[in-house]
Write a protein that binds this ligand. Structure first.
Ligand code: ZN
Length: 438
């Protein structure tokens, strides 16, 4: 039996704090930027001119954030060393006209977001969080809120009314069976808007629109008899956001004393991965390419300098990986077992559902060795479909070498996922080693 080290548990407890602070992509960005501010990073406005001197910077666009460190002389010219991850998780989004109800219950209309394990959302105590856009004299403003009270629930049908459920499996109609209840009484047209008004201290008629989602109010926890597990919502993919953030801050803090990395370290946290990444803030959009080009141009580089920098760049796309499930080992490739707490996983797929290729895999494995971190390799069972990540999109859009890696977990896309408590710290150390080597 191997037990998580004290360092790993300190890191895992900080991960719990990060998970708790971030029920929505906007909260992820807000928590991340707060930590960057504390580490000496400054926000930049994408519509303003950027400083020609180097420094620690970040930009925010909706639920996406990109942060980087340039040396004092400006962009390094050797290219970018990018860590990518995503801020969104599968679940639900509250509809624009959500007030509904039936049989004496008030309910909210909710649209499925991405590919959640729908069954895992049943009979959980759910809160609400998100962003509210409101009218003000000079235009519009937005406010985030979170309500940690257990105010919503998607009740499962009793077994007496669904006798086959355990033998034939649960059948859920996405339109009819997933409307959360949030009170008793008649349908209250405008009730949700009034609720939002109370949450952000505005009058309901000022509220124009919202991005609001339900979340599990049970906080993430270290679990298992020896705290060998992290159990919680949104491990996919906040474990990677947290690890990438920790790595960037560690590298930026060590830069003045030692030799700065030759590459410009970049952290890119995208929204909308769970719905295909094609959006203004997704990995299949223009955001990262635009920011990278401006890093070069604002330091006095030319377009030619930038294209040469891109040609010398590389990306690690960090997203969660499937551990071999003890109850379903036949779903996995028998020669590529992936252990929980067995170290970061290099994800390989011949159909390029993952972007990994041999050179990137070799250099990541070498970085893991320098960081004294074990490394694992995942390939799908040939009879199973394979998920995908932001990796192939980043590789294709920017034309740069990309490697898909991640922490092993069980229950991917469940409302309560499970990973090892030592692996998050190991991923961070491996990412630090990767950035330092560049
Ligand atoms: Zn993911």
């Amino acid at each position: 039996m191997t037990l998580p080290t004290d360092d790993a548990l300190v890191h895992a407890r900080d991960l719990l704090t990060y998970l708790h602070a971030a029920p929505t992509p906007h909260h992820v960005v807000s928590e991340t930027s707060g930590r960057l501010d504390a580490a000496g990073f400054s926000p930049l406005d994408q519509t303003a001119e950027w400083p020609a001197t180097g420094g620690r910077f970040y930009v925010i666009e909706g639920g996406a954030l990109i942060a980087w460190v340039t040396p004092d002389a400006g962009a390094s010219g050797h290219g970018f060393s990018i860590i990518g991850a995503h801020t969104d998780s599968p679940g639900f989004r509250i509809k624009p006209r959500p007030d509904t109800g039936r049989a004496g219950f008030r309910q909210l209309g909710a649209e499925v977001y991405g590919g959640p394990l729908l069954n895992s959302w049943l009979d959980r105590d759910l809160g609400l969080a998100g962003r509210v856009v409101f009218r003000r004299p000079d235009g519009f403003g937005s406010l985030t809120f979170r309500d940690d009270r257990p105010i919503l629930r998607i009740p499962q049908l009793a077994i007496h009314l669904d006798r086959d459920v355990n033998d034939k499996g649960l059948q859920l109609d996405r339109q009819r069976h997933l409307q959360p209840v949030w009170g008793l009484g008649d349908v209250d047209e405008g009730g949700f808007r009034s609720y939002l008004g109370e949450q952000v201290h505005l009058s309901p008629d000022q509220i124009e629109s919202w991005d609001v989602l339900p979340f599990d109010v049970q906080p993430a926890a270290l679990s298992g008899p020896n705290e060998e597990f992290v159990s919680g919502a949104r491990l996919d993919n906040l474990v990677s956001c947290h690890a990438g953030l920790g790595a960037l801050i560690a590298v930026s803090a060590s830069a003045p004393a030692g030799a700065p990395p030759r590459h410009t370290p970049v952290l890119a946290l995208f929204d909308h991965e769970e719905v295909g990444s094609t959006s203004a803030t997704g990995a299949n959009g223009a955001l990262l390419g635009r920011v990278l080009e401006r890093i070069t141009l604002s330091a006095g580089g030319t377009r030619d300098d930038h294209l040469r920098a891109l040609a010398g760049s590389h990306c690690i796309s960090a997203d969660m990986a499937h551990a071999t499930h003890p109850n379903y080992p036949e779903r996995h490739d028998p020669d590529h077992p992936v252990r929980l707490d067995g170290g970061p996983v290099i994800k390989i797929n011949a159909q390029q559902r993952y972007a990994s290729e041999a050179v990137g895999a070799a250099s990541f494995a070498a970085a893991c060795e320098r960081a004294d971190v074990p490394v694992q390799r995942f390939v799908s069972n040939n009879t199973m479909p394979c998920g995908s990540t932001i990796g192939p999109l980043t590789a294709a859009n920017l034309g740069i070498r990309t490697l898909d890696v991640g922490v092993a977990q069980l229950g991917m896309h469940s409302i309560r996922e499970l990973c090892g408590s030592a692996d998050p710290h190991r991923l961070t150390r491996a990412l630090v080693a990767t950035l330092h080597a560049s």
